[in-house]
Write a protein of this length. Structure first.
Length: 188
């Protein structure tokens, strides 16, 4: 498990994150290649995705959520709860991550969602990736995002918001194959 000390610069933490996860750190790949067990998943590394993932990677560092299936579910739930602003790719990828996380670790995903409802993220506060954030320390970023506080007990509105986003994410995930089937039948 990779950890990031509070006094580490975000630049050094990001390099540790890239190294620990086998990422080249360039964000320039044309295609994103993932594996779901033996099944390869490939999709274009669109400019909007790159804009979102630059902040998403920093969120992994600030929150401490790992790049495992559970960790991606946690960060997906946390980012959805805090809002992904105008980062459409973040919304799309997080819907899928949250659903997968809910299947494999529902309590952990709910806890991450509650944390996201009571903290901030870089999508809203930064609006876009800025190199200046890399000169700050991990501790400074955690404090700015209120990640240095304990996760509060869930409120009634946290439960309602979680139910809403869970249903929405599930509907989104189910709509994708239906839309694909529809497009294929149109093409035939």
């Amino acid at each position: 498990m990779t950890t990031y000390e509070n006094d580490l610069s975000m630049a050094a933490a990001r390099q540790r994150y890239f190294t620990a996860n086998g990422f080249d750190g360039s964000y320039d790949e044309r295609w994103v290649r993932l594996k779901a067990g033996p099944i390869p998943i490939v999709f274009p590394n669109a400019p909007g995705r790159v804009r979102a993932v630059k902040l998403h990677d920093l969120h992994h560092i600030a929150t401490g959520y790992q790049t495992t299936w559970t960790g991606e579910g946690e960060i997906g739930a946390w980012e959805i709860a805090g809002g992904c602003a105008h980062f459409a790719w973040a919304w799309v990828l997080n819907f899928s991550a949250m659903i997968i996380g809910m299947v494999i670790a529902p309590r952990v995903i709910f806890q991450a969602f509650v944390r996201g409802r009571h903290t901030r993220n870089l999508y809203g506060s930064e609006g876009q990736f800025n190199e200046a954030i890399l000169s700050r320390t991990v501790g400074e970023v955690r404090r700015d995002l209120n990640l240095d506080r304990p996760i509060p007990p869930p409120t009634g509105t946290d439960f309602i918001a979680f139910a809403f986003w869970s249903i929405f994410s599930t509907a989104y995930l189910l709509a994708l194959p239906a839309a694909l089937v529809y497009l294929v039948t149109l093409a035939l």
